[in-house]
Ligand binder design. Structure first.
Ligand code: UDP
Ligand code: MG
Length: 138
């Protein structure tokens, strides 16, 4: 069981003014923010981040979308972090996300779905290291 996960507030979450509310939910759910930055991905960097989805039909649109505006990237700490954070954000498709979850409350569509959350301990490590050096983590 891991104590760490990685999240992004995606361009729609920022553009629609939900960043503060999303961070509030994360903190109130018991996650500690151990790294955070506000940045815009280039298409190249977004493509690298999502390279596991390279063969999926939505890959090109996903890269375009994820590089379309600023995001907040963060590392979160809590016991059972990966699983508990996936529960907090809800299903990928917001119409299927449970009531009260971040995607249920703040997402508009399956592509612009407000937040990212790591799907495994191994990917949480890879994703946190993709964005943050040791000097940027607390
Ligand atoms: N996505 C999409 N169309 C789909 C499935 C996924 O645009 O049919 C996008 C969506 O932004 C999603 C991301 O690709 O969050 C990564 O997909 P994944 O299946 O890993 O979903 P997640 O882990 O984010 O719930
Ligand atoms: Mg995923």
């Amino acid at each position: 069981m891991s104590d760490k996960t990685f999240t992004m507030i995606k361009p729609d979450g920022i553009a629609n003014g939900h960043a503060g509310a999303i961070l509030d939910k994360i903190i109130k759910a018991g996650f500690k923010i151990t790294a955070m930055k506000y940045l815009q991905l280039t298409p190249e960097r977004a493509g690298q981040f999502y390279s596991i989805h390279k063969e999926r039909p939505f890959y090109n649109d996903l890269i375009k979308y994820m590089s379309s505006g600023p995001i907040i990237a963060a590392v979160l700490e809590k016991s059972n972090a990966v699983e508990d954070y996936r529960t907090l954000i809800g299903a990928t498709d917001p119409t299927k996300a449970a009531p009260g979850t971040i995607r249920n409350l703040f997402a508009k569509s399956i592509d612009a779905n407000a937040v990212h959350g790591s799907d495994s301990d191994a990917n949480a490590d890879i994703e946190a290291n993709f964005f943050f050096s040791g000097f940027e983590r607390f």
